[in-house]
Design a protein around this ligand. Sequence first.
Ligand code: F6P
Length: 319
Amino acid sequence: MKTIGVLTSGGDAPGMNAAIRAVVRTSIYNNVRILGIKQGYNGLIKGNIEEMNLSSVADIIHRGGTILRTARCEEFQTDEGIEKALNVIEVFNIDGLIILGGDGSFKGAKKLSEAGVPTIGVPCTIDNDMGYTDYTIGFFTAVETVVDAISKIRDTSSSHGRANIVEVMGRSCGDIALFAGLAGGAESIIVPEEAIDIDSVCRKVIKGRNRGKLHSIIALAEGVGNAYELAKEIEEKTGAETKVTILGHIQRGGTPTAFDRIIASKMGNKAVELLIEGKSGRAMGFKDNDIIDLDIDEALSQEKAFDREMYEVAKILSI
Ligand code: F6P
């Protein structure tokens, strides 16, 4: 393995920079040339590529976003797009690739490895929606951001005696809502994995009010539906003024938590070692407190399991 290419793809996630740093430094430590591919698969198709050195990744471990920039690339989903990427890989003498991203990006990694390019995927997405790994890089940073927001919204919720819906990201995965809802002490958590029971949400608002509780926080996963319609219904049924805060892209930024930096560093390091060992088509993950790697096909086929036990605990604690 003489030359490795690294790219970040899909939505950015805090901790991507820590992973890039680990990939670059481990490659250089092993006397492997390391190329940074800009703007995800777009850069691979267009040859937007630069050699990296130790200084290229100095002072980035604590930064959100990705110094390589990122993109969602439709062209790469076509046979022509793959063909163009394979040409660029040949022209730049790239012997192996490390792809940092979520499941869409992993599908691209799988195609490249099937086309004979040794490729390893490192899971980076705030959504934590990849079934084979307990946690993805970026998830806990997003959860911290949401918990911080909930605490702030709770102050104003109490001052006004309102109900406040806090809508969080996650696509069809409710993990950000679940984890942040539990940590933030939300009165209700609404996720796509569980049938929505608006009457139970309303009962919590009314019961809380009756025992003198001033605030009511409802953590809502974006995959469930329209937050404003929900607010209207809650307001009609409870008489409590109900406000909506859609946190949006604030959840994607910020300095990564120590946990995200640690798993990013370990996975980035291991991904390079796997390529040097001659492995391909592997997905890095974190399972039962350990860094793992498994076949990328198998990783993609594993369905994400919802932590029902945690959901039940959150329900009990918010009575
Ligand atoms: O996959 C990460 C994510 O932030 C999702 O939670 C969200 O639905 C989506 O990306 C937003 O994508 P974009 O930044 O392209 O609007």
